[in-house]
Design a protein around this ligand. Structure first.
Ligand SMILES: C[S@@+](CC[C@H](N)C(=O)[O-])C[C@H]1O[C@@H](n2cnc3c(N)ncnc32)[C@H](O)[C@@H]1O
Length: 245
């Protein structure tokens, strides 16, 4: 059971920033632990206890604007092919996409512990998944590549864009352009709006920040303030959907 009482808690966000500044890549995995007890200088023998639990992003549920978008039929989203969810965490949204749209989802995260937690979560609620399939994979989004016939019909970004250093946003856009096929959709659930310019993650974001990294070849097909937001999100999120032309 996820402790959502600490969702977007300031102290946890501060601690998360410290952990990630120590190690911007492996730090994501370390957010899941309480104590890191070194029993040997050899890195492989580091013993880690699973209690850190500094994951102030883990909502414990599917994001409501995503649910609303898919179930309302506002857009003619794909119902065949592959979907990509980078930085999937425990995978609530990824499983929803597989079930509700019937797509075969690749949900990736750089943290092996996040991937393990996502698999365990799905195993506890297998009835939650019907329709498409889902694979949780420990992968770095920035080094992932596919052949033309494996390209994705849909990608979904919620709190991944804001988790990566802003200097990597151009790479984020190049990857999305390389991975999503023409006619495919990119759903960006922009959150949290209104952060200071300095500090992060989550890093400061505006809905327009996605335009330049994506570059040419994308048409914005939806841009709205969600009618239904998840708890703690009111006034801080925006749903923007892009079509790869
Ligand atoms: C703020 S969390 C959001 C997780 C998830 N979207 C959710 O809402 O529960 C950001 C996630 O991105 C993952 N991440 C960071 N850099 C990554 C990378 N280069 N490739 C894949 N995942 C990455 C982290 O491990 C973390 O789980």
């Amino acid at each position: 059971m996820v402790d959502t009482t600490r969702l977007w808690n300031k102290d946890d966000l501060k601690r998360m920033g410290e952990i990630l500044r120590e190690d911007p890549t492996r730090g994501w995995d370390n957010t899941w632990y309480t104590h890191i007890l070194t029993i040997s200088a050899i890195e492989d023998l580091i013993l880690r206890y699973r209690q850190q639990n500094v994951m102030p992003w883990d909502a414990g549920e599917v994001q409501r604007p995503l649910q609303d978008l898919v179930l309302s039929g506002t857009l003619d989203l794909p119902r065949l092919g592959r979907a990509l969810v980078p930085g999937c965490g425990r995978g609530y949204d990824a499983s929803f996409i597989a079930s509700a749209l019937g797509l075969d989802v690749l949900a990736m995260d750089i943290s092996p512990t996040a991937i393990q937690a996502a698999k365990e979560h799905l195993a506890r609620a297998p009835q939650a998944l019907s329709g498409g399939t889902i694979v949780f994979e420990e992968t770095d989004f920035f080094t992932y590549s596919v052949s033309d016939d494996e390209k994705f019909a849909l990608a979904y970004d919620y709190t991944f864009f804001v988790a990566i250093p802003p200097s990597r946003r151009p790479e984020w856009g190049q990857q999305m352009s390389a991975l999503i096929k023409p006619g495919g959709y990119l759903i960006t659930l922009v959150f949290p709006l209104g952060l200071p310019l300095e500090g992060g993650p989550p890093f400061h974001v505006e809905p327009d920040d996605y335009v330049e990294p994506l570059g040419d070849g994308w048409e914005k097909v939806l841009d709205k303030i969600p009618e239904v937001s998840s708890e703690h999100h009111e006034g801080k999120d925006r749903l923007v959907v892009w079509l790869r032309v």
